[in-house]
Write a protein that binds this ligand. Structure first.
Ligand SMILES: Cc1cc2nc3c(=O)[nH]c(=O)nc-3n(C[C@H](O)[C@H](O)[C@H](O)COP(=O)(O)O)c2cc1C
Ligand code: SF4
Length: 366
């Protein structure tokens, strides 16, 4: 069968009916502890009813104390499992696969920063918030690895088909990887191998808990997109290292996704940011270089363009976030024969105090 975005893809034990990924989208609708609201439950059911191959949850916090944004889901305790089991059972009745993204945020936050312990690899102010975190000791790092592993085990027990580690968007793991944020002098800082060490140890700790066949994915940035940050060449090396660590698939994103639309046409780190798929050129080089499935996320909306990109690269699938806030039925619409691009303007006016929804084309979820 020739590859198309509408053909299935298998990643270890997970079979996705097509190659469209609803990339992680924090809804800001969970309660203070991280329990899902009914509205949130319904959002996932609507996505699953509409033929998305793989649905990724919004980022779920692996620690009780740490949440970079209000209304995140929680996965730091076993008490969350029954609610998620109900969700995954429901999603599976529609045939979609569903994975949970797990995250420790860190200093890229302005949310309740006075009351919380917020860790960082080093005492470097985060570029957008100016926040300086508590530099982690090796014991703190070991504890963080354990938190990731326990969270992933809960993800599996909850019936999710896969777990995705959030390794991008300037959150903690991205900061460890980045030479700008990580100036540690111990075995977790310095050269790329050392900066990568925490990610390697997290993947191996998760693997021990979930077994060989359970898919572990990671979302990474293809570049920090600023001088002295993580470069594309380093990201490419990281992707090769991820394969060695036993990761099963990689989602390539970029830390400029909110403003990338306006940067289309610009070159950075040897590749061009493209309007119809910001990080395609970067992800193509990664997908061509490694042997595991690579998804790419950011700016996609036109199925014809995705098919073209699939034909000329080894990319396994395409992630979208905002287009599904705008049109949850997008894949169903395409499958029914209306192959026009998503109407999403990529204007990023989809964050509100009442939850994150498309303020241009949709009404708030009631
Ligand atoms: C409201 C909103 C919430 C998001 N939440 C997350 C998240 O929880 N985890 C994550 O990795 N990315 C998150 N993203 C980023 C998206 O997954 C995606 O990488 C980005 O929006 C670019 O894709 P798009 O152009 O298809 O929207 C979020 C984006 C939006 C608009
Ligand atoms: S607010 Fe703008 S970016 Fe967000 S979903 Fe609607 S059209 Fe797309």
């Amino acid at each position: 069968m020739s590859r198309s975005i509408f053909t299935p893809v298998q990643i270890k034990s997970m079979v996705c009916p097509n190659r469209i990924l609803r990339s992680a989208t924090w809804e800001a609708l969970s309660d203070k502890d991280g329990f899902m609201s009914k509205k949130q439950f319904d959002i996932y059911c609507e996505l699953a009813e509409n033929n998305i191959g793989l649905i990724c949850t919004g980022y779920a916090r692996i620690s009780r104390d740490e949440y970079p944004n209000a209304g995140m889901m929680g996965i730091y305790d076993d008490c969350f499992i029954p609610q998620y089991k109900e969700l995954t059972d429901k999603v599976h009745t529609f045939g979609s696969s569903v994975m949970m993204q797990i995250a420790y945020g860190g200093t890229k936050t302005t949310y309740e920063t006075d009351n919380r312990v917020i860790f960082a690899p080093s005492d470097v102010p985060e570029k957008s918030t100016g926040l300086v975190g508590i530099t982690m000791t090796v014991l703190d790092i070991k504890d963080m690895i354990e938190k990731y592993a326990s969270a992933a085990e809960r993800v599996k027990k909850s019936g999710f088909d896969a777990v995705e580690i959030h390794g991008g968007h300037s959150y903690l793991l991205n900061q460890f990887l980045s030479p700008y944020y990580n100036n540690r002098a111990d075995e977790y800082g310095g050269n790329l191998e050392n900066r990568y060490r925490i990610v390697d140890e997290i993947i191996k700790a998760i693997r021990q808990r979930v077994g060989e066949e359970y898919p572990i994915l990671i979302k990474v940035t293809c570049s920090d997109f600023f001088e002295n940050g993580l470069t594309f060449n380093e990201s490419l090396s990281i992707c090769r290292m991820l394969v060695q660590s036993g990761i099963d698939a990689i989602e390539v994103s970029g830390n400029i996704h909110g403003k990338a639309q306006k940067m289309a046409g610009q070159e950075f780190d040897g590749h061009k940011i493209l309007k119809g798929g910001y990080f395609y050129e970067y992800a193509k080089e990664i997908a061509d270089a490694i042997s595991i499935p690579v998804y790419v996320t950011g700016g996609f909306s036109d199925p014809a363009l995705m098919e073209k990109y699939m034909g000329e690269s080894a990319i396994a699938g395409f992630g979208m976030s905002r287009p599904f806030l705008c049109e949850p039925n997008l894949v169903s619409r395409w499958m029914a024969g209306d192959l026009s691009a998503s109407k999403c303007l990529h204007c990023s006016r989809c964050r509100t105090p009442k939850g994150n929804y498309c303020t241009v084309f949709r009404k708030p979820v009631v």
